[in-house]
Design a binder for this molecule. Structure first.
Ligand SMILES: [Zn+2]
Length: 62
């Protein structure tokens, strides 16, 4: 079960094989080797990384 590292919500929608979208705080999560990468979707559709806001422990699954 994946939990949003930002808001701790479990209300995540799957948008790709390893990609999820948090419906609570509107960020995109992608999972690689059990580490969650966090991105914000900008108005123009591009992604900016929010990984710097989290410790690696917070982004680790399980
Ligand atoms: Zn969230």
């Amino acid at each position: 079960m994946i939990t949003c590292p930002n808001c701790k919500s479990k209300d995540l929608g799957k948008i790709g094989t390893t990609q999820y979208y948090c419906w609570n705080c509107f960020i995109e999560l992608s999972i690689e080797q059990n580490i969650i990468s966090v991105h914000q979707v900008e108005e123009d559709g591009s992604l900016s990384s929010l990984n710097d806001l989290f410790e690696e422990d917070q982004r680790r699954m399980g």
